[in-house]
Design a protein around this ligand. Structure first.
Ligand code: SAH
Ligand code: DHB
Ligand code: MG
Length: 224
């Protein structure tokens, strides 16, 4: 098992060495997070690059992130935006949000990114009330038990053709049909929605394998 994990790390080092070498503001953001004793649960560099590439591929100008932590994934996503683009990131922990704001400032992204403090479900209601939609891309990465509700709240805020990305979609619990997990419930919900076309893609993390559930919003099939 330990062997398998180190092989996965070697694969990830190869991929990120070529396509997502640790650099500049991203490296400092990780350093600041360590100094602030924050959990090391940000996306990997290779997954960050995947988020960035997906945002670029659809020409995203408005991005919504649920779960900021220190702003590491936020930097990958916000760097995909055009000059007039905007990203709103939702975070419940005020101390984490402060670290994220500092990291975003250092990355010269402070003008494009707004970090909103509060429980994501409440912030999503505020975004709806403020008519902040439509977004081109929603990245869900906060508390796993909240994912299904975040999806339901975010769908009306997402344009047709927009992407929903769900992190941590391959927890160990998927290997045990009796095991419960928030992201397993999310995966089931997404797979059953007629307005999403989706695939769960395995991604490499420092601790081994995980998944990103990628969904495109489409018009619901007209009733026959
Ligand atoms: N996207 C980040 C990692 C996010 S970790 C990255 O890859 O760099 C999950 C974050 O969700 C944590 O910062 C946690 O404080 C936040 N969170 C947990 N519950 C939340 C809630 N109810 N509302 C908003 N944020 C929440
Ligand atoms: C963990 C990883 C994540 O990407 C996350 O969003 C939450 C927790 C973890 O490894 O514990
Ligand atoms: Mg995550």
């Amino acid at each position: 098992m330990a062997d398998q994990r180190s092989v996965l790390q070697d694969y990830d080092r190869y991929i990120s060495g070529l396509f997502a070498p640790a650099a500049d503001a991203l490296r400092s953001a990780r350093g600041e997070m360590l100094r602030a004793s924050m959990p090391e649960i940000n996306v990997s560099a290779s997954e960050g690059k995947l988020l960035h590439l997906l945002a670029r591929a659809i020409g995203a100008e408005r991005i919504l992130e649920i779960g900021t932590l220190g702003g590491y994934s936020t930097i990958w996503l916000a760097r995909a935006l055009p000059p007039q683009g905007k990203l709103i990131s939702l975070e419940i922990d005020a101390r984490y949000a402060e670290v994220a704001r500092r990291n975003l400032k250092r990355a010269n992204l402070a003008e494009k990114v707004q970090v909103r403090i509060g429980p994501a479900l409440e912030s999503l209601s505020q975004l709806e009330a403020e008519d902040e939609g439509p977004f081109d891309l929603v990245f869900i990465d906060a508390d796993k038990d909240g994912y299904v509700n975040y999806l339901r709240k975010a769908m009306p805020l997402l344009r047709e053709g927009g992407l929903v990305l769900g992190d941590n979609a391959l927890p160990d619990a998927v290997l045990d049909s009796a095991a419960e997990s928030g992201t397993k419930r999310y995966n089931a919900e997404v797979s059953a929605r007629p307005d999403l076309i989706s695939i769960l893609v395995p991604v490499l993390r420092t601790r081994g394998i995980d998944g990103l559930l990628i969904s495109v919003k489409q018009a619901q099939a007209p009733k026959a």
